[in-house]
Design a protein around this ligand. Structure first.
Ligand SMILES: Cc1cc2nc3c(=O)[nH]c(=O)nc-3n(C[C@H](O)[C@H](O)[C@H](O)COP(=O)(O)OP(=O)(O)OC[C@H]3O[C@@H](n4cnc5c(N)ncnc54)[C@H](O)[C@@H]3O)c2cc1C
Length: 439
């Protein structure tokens, strides 16, 4: 992921450093030795990273553009969680090392005191809970099915509470921890208890268009007030149809394939697992809940640039799509069709598929290209042309390396194209990717 500065980054950095700024001056560095003090500092950093990871799980619609979109928020959340876990290990190791000059016994007793020192044992319990829920994220003991991974992740809440108890009981400065813990626990409460009731809008399945084998497009209409979105954003969709073979009441992220002015919410879905397979047979009239929109794929939300260092608005664009990764571009193309009078930079779409039958949106995209000036579509079939090359791109779009580049598709395609483009001298900040497997 390309590093860019977003307005929310300063807030995140401030919240991460606040406990250190408040607590560090009170650590008696000379009295207790620098190793012991460093151990305390590692513990302080670990808890602030853990609390911040908790805060970032809130997922309040409309707030994620300030942090670079929800996908980036999840990346930062994961990075903070893993860092917190590592720092807890550093904390334990440094405590043991700090007491070693006294004696091995002192070192062991510091880590494993009598049970009456329950504050220390609360810390150990937090560590064990962390180890259990973070292990599958790090790939220890294999990977879990996504829904089981999510259930196991709920252990993070008791782990956070135990870590707080440990710190509050052993720390002299407590207000900063109370402040951050209220924010983190409020975020978790919003996400788990309130947002399912308050943030999800009710929609009805109005129609199902079968695009290809294992690919459908759902047409959804709001029952009441629906959501507003920008091209390329995504939503969490929760089917409320108990007759589905799988995925009932399970939320999954899908890109909105409609243009931003469409009354209907259209979602293109490819069957890859049990929940997406079940949606192939959802009945018209079925209820679904929609939460969002999220993301800033085209880095433009509400007509404002979300990032101070975002794409150049007038630079021509190159869109590279593979498989179901075509959906954000279908949204972008439909948006151009709906708003033909709006000035936009020219865009060339390369639709990458194995064979013509798998380019399921091609007919509509070709019609849009005919109707919209400054938008053209090219296909690349792997079975016919092999892996896409610079010559293929240059043959259809000679200035491709000078453009603002957006891509979405399978991981193999993304990494191949990223290498190709970087090799051609395209700077990282001009390459924008959307990952459909961000967790
Ligand atoms: C930002 C974004 C936009 C997406 N847009 C589309 C789209 O327009 N069309 C489309 O067909 N697919 C899209 N996907 C992918 C879609 O979410 C997964 O294919 C779907 O969740 C798979 O669920 P499953 O139970 O059928 O398969 P599973 O076998 O359960 O999951 C397959 C993989 O999908 C991912 N996944 C599963 N559940 C979730 C979840 N709740 N949250 C995040 N990732 C999950 C995991 O990486 C998992 O390994 C998008 C994903 C993301 C992150």
């Amino acid at each position: 992921m390309v590093f860019r500065k977003y307005p929310g980054d300063l807030l995140l950095l401030g919240l991460l450093l606040l406990p250190v700024i408040v607590v560090a001056p009170g650590i008696p560095w000379t009295e207790q030795g620098w190793l012991y003090s460093l151990a305390e500092l590692a513990g302080v950093f670990a808890l602030s990273a853990f609390l911040l990871a908790g805060m970032l799980s809130a997922r309040v619609p409309g707030t994620d553009p300030w942090f670079g979109g929800l996908v980036r928020v999840w990346v930062v959340h994961r990075w903070l969680g893993v860092s917190a876990f590592m720092l807890v290990m550093v904390h334990v190791l440094l405590l043991a090392l700090a007491m070693l000059p006294v004696s091995l016994g002192a070192s062991v007793t510091t880590l494993f005191p009598p049970l009456s020192h329950w504050q220390v044992w609360a810390g150990w319990a937090a560590f064990v809970a962390m180890l259990i829920f973070i292990a599958p994220t790090l790939g220890f003991f294999g990977t879990l099915h996504y829904q089981n991974w999510k259930r196991l992740h709920l252990l993070s809440a008791p782990a956070l509470v135990l870590a707080l108890v440990h710190t509050l009981m052993l720390s002299t400065t407590v207000w900063v921890w109370w402040l951050l813990s209220v924010l983190a626990l409020a975020a978790i409460a919003w996400r788990k208890l309130l947002s399912p009731r308050l943030a999800r809008k009710l929609y009805l399945v109005e129609g199902i268009d079968r695009l290809a084998r294992g690919v459908v497009e759902l047409r959804l209409r709001p029952k009441g007030k629906g959501i507003r979105w920008q091209a390329g954003q995504f939503v969490y969709l929760t089917p409320m149809d108990a007759s589905l073979a799988a995925g009932y009441r399970e939320e999954h992220p899908y890109t909105i394939a409609s243009g931003s002015g469409d009354d209907e919410l259209r979602i293109g879905i490819k069957a890859v697992g049990d929940a997406t397979q079940a949606l192939m047979d959802i009945n018209p009239g079925a209820e679904v809940r929609v939460e969002g929109p999220y993301g800033i794929f085209f880095e433009e939300t509400g007509g404002k640039q979300a990032a101070p260092v975002g794409p150049e608005p007038q630079r021509k664009q190159l869109w590279l799509a593979g498989g179901i990764g075509i959906t954000p571009f279908v949204s972008g193309a439909r948006d151009r069709m709906e708003n033909r009078d709006r000035q936009r930079p020219a865009a060339s779409l390369f639709y990458l598929a194995n064979r013509p039958e798998r380019a399921y949106y091609l007919d509509e995209l070709a019609r849009i290209a005919e109707a919209c000036e400054g938008f053209d579509v090219h296909t690349h079939y792997m079975n016919e042309h092999g892996v896409i090359t610079r010559d293929y791109l240059a043959g259809h779009c000679p200035d491709y390396a000078e453009r603002e580049i957006y891509m979405c598709g399978p991981p193999g395609m993304i990494s191949h194209l990223q290498t190709l483009l970087r090799h051609e001298g395209v700077p990282a900040h001009r390459i924008h990717t959307e990952a459909f497997d961000f967790l």
